[in-house]
Write a protein that binds this ligand. Sequence first.
Ligand code: 5GP
Length: 258
Amino acid sequence: MSKRRIVYEGKAKILYEGPEPGTLIQYFKDDTTAFDAQKKAVLDGKGVLNNRISEFIMTQLSAIGIPTHFIRRLNMREQLIRKVEIIPLEVVVRNIAAGSLSTRLGMPEGQQLPRPLVEFYYKSDALHDPMVSEEHIAAFGWATPQEYDDIIALALRVNDFMSGLFAGAGIRLVDFKIEFGRYFETDHDMPRILLADEISPDSCRLWDNKTGEKLDKDRFRRDLGGVTEAYAEVARRLGIIRESGDTDNVVSFTGGSK
Ligand code: 5GP
């Protein structure tokens, strides 16, 4: 399997050369990291769950007209995607105060925000992804003014749709991080902005509606345990994996897939 050329290897994913020009294969690893990779673990089956959850969300977003890089899932851990030039920004949308917003502004976790907030962070591990403003993005040419407007509009549409999707599954979408890329169609001069990367419990904060239980990567960051089980619960509630069963279900679902 690994005869293919690796185009990029990140902390949780590997990108391989795709079968046709303009495509890549995105492979979901079980590796998980936090705090600039100072904290690391391998969570058995996490990659399989994130592959399925991201497929599900990207497919639903495509159906409502959000352009994404997702083409199709290939197997338990891989999906075929369009090759894009990644815009070097992490776009965070927040509905409820948590994480770095709570730390930065001293706002209690769980406080409803007056309206969704869109924030930008410059993608740089060495600099610890510093927060940046529209001024920096324009001055340094990370995105054109048109791309910036498109990204904000898309991020808010993604938030609207995903908030409803998770609400239907008894989950509050607290915040999430997405990334965008430029897709160069052969017969077009102007690139199109596509939603790229992944959307999964690794990149969202998801709280159970009734109990407030965390169903996302904060379980790993904060040593709460039951990380894969929480991701499987999200998948079950979204109807991606079958109801009933306990962690055995997860094990049988993810087993033998590496
Ligand atoms: P915060 O800024 O509060 O740490 O994160 C806001 C949201 O963006 C959270 O849902 C968090 O999981 C996500 N997020 C921020 N940075 C990253 C990152 O580098 N990788 C991933 N997977 N998610 C991130």
